[in-house]
Write a protein that binds this ligand. Sequence first.
Ligand code: NIG
Length: 409
Amino acid sequence: MSTLITNIAELTTQDADHRVLKNAAVVIEGERISWLGAAADAPAADQAVDAGGRAVLPGWVDSHTHLIFAGDRTAEFEARMAGEGYTAGGIAVTTAATRSTSDFDLTRLALGRVAEAVSQGTTYLETKTGYGLDVENEARSARIASTVVDEVSYLGAHLVPAGLDAEEYTGLVCGPMLDAVRPYVRWADVFCERGAFSGEQSRRVLQACRDAGLGLRVHGNQLGEGPGVQLAVEFGAASVDHVNYLSAADVDALADSWSGWDAGSGSGGATAHRGTVATCLPACDLSTRQPLAPGRELLDAGVQLALASNCNPGTSYTSSMAFCVATAVLQMRLSVHEAVRAATYGGALALGRESGRDVDGERAVGSIAVGHRADLHLLNAPAAAHLAYRPGVPLTHAVWRAGVPQPVR
Ligand code: NIG
């Protein structure tokens, strides 16, 4: 079955050449994009959809979320808005609620969050474990996550549970817990921060997880300067996320990690060498009243950037990538094109999915090109600029995920 989407006023491809086409059309065949170009040249298809002069962009790639949780932290949020600071300790509250929730309910809650994200244009999602924090509950979180999202990261190193010795717990994360989650995850993450895991403990986790064949990611430099960014670059992590407090040496290390890399010849695959993406989480920065990550400075230095929601109950309870894009434009001084690129292609790059073979299950996501997965986001607006020009307005008109139309609320 083929579908022609025509009468597109603006088609933002986010392909290697950053093409933006006017008066364009796209053809979807099965789960792949089979053609794009001027509407006047479009081939016939089994069915046609009139985009009505609206804008089309790639579906959002949300490369950092924590969706496997139960419980509520409204009181913590309200206390923070009244002036209390954020500490990693709130993770324990969610861990207690998550442990006491059934598989059925955890799955139902996670599926609801995925549906909420997809209805706003998100078509590819990563999520993490990290609210289990014992062998049984981390494995359970990983298993459930693997049934509801595209990419799963193991975050046993999220917080040292109360009453446990940090060194012993790190040993558990690097040993029996890693073995238990391994069948369900492609990535490992570590929260390298004061109040969470030290540089040395993070190093142990990254080493063990790399030895187990996992791709690496790091939560780093969220609450203050620290070793997170340097460790991420040293280990060739695919991304380092948060990046609020960076030294000049951190920015240089991230920029150096991309020297010689050519977007046009990216080879794909979680372990293929490329630089370390800096993933900015602006909704989290606002909700924790941290300074916004220096996205403009990072881009200017030559660092590849991603934007992600960081949807979680503690620091960023939103699934809205459009909100992140608007904030990046209005407050972080990115252009609309740069912000949309970071929230689509950048997320794909952070997950090693920006290129791929033209084969089911191995298709590139995050950009619109022939052979890529047909993940499309049709806005109820004539141009992507409306995402920042009309902040807070729900602009999603239609979504295709792997070629399949999705419900939009
Ligand atoms: O990405 N930084 C660590 N983890 C989450 C917060 C999780 C929580 O507080 O529940 C984050 O912000």
